[in-house]
Design a protein around this ligand. Sequence first.
Ligand code: NAP
Length: 323
Amino acid sequence: MRAMRAETFSGYEGLKLIELPKPAVTEAKVLVRITAAGVTPLDYTILSGKFHGSKAPLVLGNEGAGVVEQGGGTDFPVGSRVMFFGTYGAFEDGTDSEWVAVRKEDLCLIPDNVDEVSAAGIPVAYLTAQVALTLAGFQAGKTVLAPAIGGSIGNAVTQLARALGAKHAMSSTTNHAKAEQAKALGFNEVIDTSLEKLGDGVRRITSGYGADIVIDGIGGEVLSEALGALALEGRLTTLGYSASRKTTIDVTNLIVPQASIRGLNMFAQPKAAITHAWTVIVSLLKSGAIKPIVAKTFPLAEAADALRYLIEGRPFGRVVLTI
Ligand SMILES: NC(=O)c1ccc[n+]([C@@H]2O[C@H](COP(=O)([O-])OP(=O)(O)OC[C@H]3O[C@@H](n4cnc5c(N)ncnc54)[C@H](OP(=O)(O)O)[C@@H]3O)[C@@H](O)[C@H]2O)c1
């Protein structure tokens, strides 16, 4: 089978299209013919040699969608459409390939109203977003900020929070054109940080109240600014570093509002948290309350271009490989 493998963790040039044997199906695994694979910043972190625990050579791709070919039993009959996330593409070969033997517990049936390209970009963003909201104590009526409306986490948190009854589901962008695009897509609480500081925007939208919950995948200055926008007893979850792993914070932004900050690692979540998150997500997908956004697709052979487009092009929506 064809697979896009990182032969070395030396940047985009490390990716090579190769032939590998089709995976054998053992007990508790399901053979899935991959039709689409989500491209994520994790691929870039690994390819840059900056992710703990990944070893080259490695087929990248942390999430995907496809069709069950064997071993799914009655839960996932042959021919059913599935999407999944797990340790694929990080600690074992991933979804940038024609077939993957997937642990049954990682699979989720794709609702009929969702196409496979969109489905491939759902698991990482939406599971992370939902788990983060749950851990932060989200309830209807809360005010939520998730920076970067065009990014996968920012967009998924904003869509979930809005669908689940947040009083305000706020996001941001550094790019004026993306702010306009967000408005056109119906995201009405997006702070254009080319015009206004993040904290000022949050205070304007919430009439001075602030954000009960911040879910931040950007890091750097954005994290530091977002801390200053927390409401009393507010909670900030840091889970990514698209801008930077390092920042400086003003500790009084935690002390005065008695706020807190925590980290989130999706590879460390208990099975029950993922199952619960899938239940919420699938129901909202079926009702149309959340709508995944795909910016662009690339064929498998152009995986390096796809990743470069995600990291350097900073698109609005997901980048997906068609296999
Ligand atoms: N901890 C976990 O388990 C977990 C799970 C999932 C993801 N993550 C991590 O979360 C992070 C976000 O993932 P994602 O998929 O949302 O990323 P993404 O889709 O690539 O979006 C990143 C966005 O960040 C903004 N950005 C990039 N560089 C910036 C900078 N220097 N300053 C300010 N904004 C900047 C851009 O938005 P604008 O151009 O609009 O400003 C960009 O579109 C990544 O680090 C990812 O690895 C972690």
